[in-house]
Design a protein around this ligand. Structure first.
Ligand code: ADP
Ligand code: MG
Length: 416
């Protein structure tokens, strides 16, 4: 076999390539081309011979391409298809398409040449986009289904309780019991909305500097209530764990999500440890660490790999929305922290959150808000909201405290 290709052999090879292909000389001019290249770029027979390679590249990229070509000519190596992709290419009619390109040096009897094979990537890109869109729609469908289902349950409870209350007008004790249930149902709805807002990052964030251990201990009661008797909650709060910067209501969401996952993993009950500690990273950076450890089912490698994926859940429909860990991950990342999951099937799970330590003093827990019970007056108040129920409620509350109240639904009504 000869070491250098002559024109005939080169032409035969180009003709056999199943993609658009051409060979350029040391000046960057096209020296040989196959029919597929002429067809792809829209040139007639022989029209491409002698053109500078830059003619196939959009104006705005020509300058940088010239440099890149010069560099490549000095040290040419074979680059596989897709290695330079997807790149915009310019057709003869001025249209741009995206192409995958592969390059390789070819020694010919006329000297060193560069072989360039080009594949139209437009269709591939279109299919990728269509797939991505389909996946988004599927996720959205699953998501709305889950939300609608949860909200429906809560609304059924609320409506049912309203009916009960209607029939109990004489019995004050029964009414107040039902109102308590009503409040619990509405609180669940509010929590659901809060998760949704957290997920869509639309929540109004109220960052504060808080003591990690103190914040954890303030959740002890709700945690115990949520866990029931079978699960033994062990809290190891190190008072020197440090302070972190976070929205306290988001902190609560994180802990509740992690603890409820731990509970779900221990259907027979067992120990659930929530601990805090201080840690110093290899570069001296300081972290306040929160870990949640259960002795439950643990996770397979497949589950671990998809743990933070929104909507990923191994639980039955009515138990899991698959949003918990994605929310935890979102919130912790927003605080500049990291989430680590250690788990093996049958061996339980530890989730470790590392927050950068805040050096500032803790923000006072409750910025002075006027004690509501003492609020009363004779002034005139205009109540504006776009939700008629809210306007009605506020109007009633404020009138009850002596104010002269005018209600308006929406900004236009208010201005009028
Ligand atoms: P959900 O709890 O609604 O299913 P999450 O995002 O909170 O959604 O968790 C996703 C999945 O990760 C769960 O369905 C479960 O399979 C797994 N998982 C999370 N935490 C644990 C844990 N502590 N032990 C075992 N599996 C867990
Ligand atoms: Mg969960």
């Amino acid at each position: 076999m000869s070491e250098r290709l002559d024109d005939a052999l080169l032409g035969a090879l180009l003709a056999a390539v199943p993609d658009a292909a051409f060979v350029s000389d040391s000046d960057g001019r096209i020296a040989a081309v196959n029919a597929l290249a002429e067809a792809l770029f829209g040139y007639g027979r022989g029209e491409m011979i002698g053109l500078p390679v830059e003619a196939l590249i959009p104006d705005r990229l020509r300058g940088s391409h010239g440099q890149a070509r010069g560099g490549y000519a000095k040290a040419p190596t074979a680059r596989p298809m897709g290695a330079l992709s997807p790149l915009p290419a310019l057709l003869k009619n001025g249209e741009e398409i995206l192409v995958d390109v592969s390059l390789g040096p070819v020694p010919t009897t006329r000297g060193a040449r560069i072989l360039c094979v080009v594949r139209d990537a437009t269709e591939r890109r279109r299919q990728e986009q269509r797939l991505c869109q389909a996946q988004k729609m599927e996720a959205l469908g699953r998501f709305s289904g889950g939300i609608a289902h949860d909200f429906n349950n809560i609304l059924s409870a609320i409506l049912g309780l309203c009916d009960l209350i209607d029939g109990e007008s004489g019995d004050a004790a029964a009414v107040s019991r039902d109102v308590a249930d009503l409040r619990a149902a509405a609180t669940r709805a509010a929590e659901l909305t809060r998760s949704l807002l957290a997920l869509s990052r639309r929540q109004v964030l109220n960052f504060r500097v808080v003591d990690l251990s103190g914040e954890l201990m303030s959740l002890e009661r709700p945690l115990r209530r949520m866990l029931g008797e079978r699960v033994e909650l062990i809290l190891h709060a190190d008072p020197d764990a440090g302070r972190i910067k976070i929205d306290p209501s988001q902190f609560e969401q994180i802990v509740l999500n992690l603890v409820s996952n731990a509970r779900d993993a221990m259907p027979e009950g067992g120990p659930l440890t929530v601990a805090t500690r201080a840690e110093t990273g290899p570069e001296g950076s300081k972290y306040a660490v929160l870990s949640v450890t259960d002795a439950g089912t643990g996770m397979s490698a497949e589950t671990l790999a998809r743990l933070y994926e929104p909507f990923f859940s191994t639980k039955p429909r009515e138990r899991g929305t698959g949003l918990g860990m994605s929310i935890v991950h979102g919130i912790v990342s927003q605080c500049g922290g990291t989430v680590q999951a250690d788990s093996r099937p049958g061996r339980g799970t530890t989730i470790t959150l590392r927050f950068p330590r805040a050096e500032e003093p803790a923000t006072s827990a409750h910025p002075e808000s006027p004690p509501c019970a003492e609020l009363s007056g004779r002034e005139s108040v205009l109540v504006v909201d776009d939700e008629p129920g809210i306007v009605k409620l506020l109007t009633r509350v404020l009138s009850g405290r002596g104010y002269a109240v005018a209600g308006a639904v929406g900004a236009e009504a208010a201005i009028a």
